[in-house]
Design a protein around this ligand. Sequence first.
Ligand code: NAD
Length: 256
Amino acid sequence: QLKGKTAIITGSNSGIGLGVARELARAGADVVLNSFTDRDEDHALAQEIADAHGVKARYIAADLSDSDAARALVETAGRCDILINNAGVQHVAPIERFPTAKWDAIIAINLSSAFHTTAVALPMMREAGWGRVINIASAHGLTASPFKSAYVAAKHGIVGLTKVTALETAREPITANAICPAYVLTPLVESQIPDQMKTHGMDRDTVIREVMLERQPSKEFATTEQLGGTAIFLCSDAATQITGTTISVDGGWTAL
Ligand code: NAD
């Protein structure tokens, strides 16, 4: 159903980005994978997706903490019908001890990169006469948690950027929306577990159930396949009038 469309997915050599890329390719889209590394295994991932789904797939290295590199990613891809702004990093610390460099990196990667890729992608979408901007925000784009100042600020920021993108394209066949997942078990979440275990003095299972999924009423992690399915829905004709909004995939997190 997405045959002939090209999707650029930022931060897609692991986790949600890779899962969404696989689902879009399964639906027939050509995909552009990205991260900041340029290893054989990164390019092999693209080849594997191309072989599995009979689509074109390539990997383009770009460090999205750099504004020029973010813009160059989309320029190098040359075409962008579906833009998935997914790259993201996390750091957990109280505000007074939050390192400035971490704050700057999180704002650059999680928020500013989406501004830069969108700025280059929109003219391509206009030229093609169709486009979808899908920003992977977070339940933390709608609610907050302590010790995640930069992340929560960046995610609220990307929800705002999503709304502006939608308003600036409202009269065109382009939509912009944000998907707001709560916990999905990926390397980003996995890397938080040791810190949380230390902070709370709990073992892995207890920290997952009682701390990480404490606010997730379903007590289940969402899956990357489910997020891919949500993105495909946003690309469908049924979603043509859905723009400038958020879709939570959070097991009830934001209902609490
Ligand atoms: P992940 O660590 O598996 O993936 C992050 C991706 O971003 C990786 O491909 C990584 O290489 C890439 N990346 C990091 N720094 C980069 C840079 N400077 N330039 C280019 N790429 C870079 O994490 P994930 O859980 O898959 O997270 C993906 C997105 O989903 C993030 O924006 C995250 O905030 C969001 N999110 C995740 C969860 C969750 O529970 N996992 C929940 C809500 C939102």
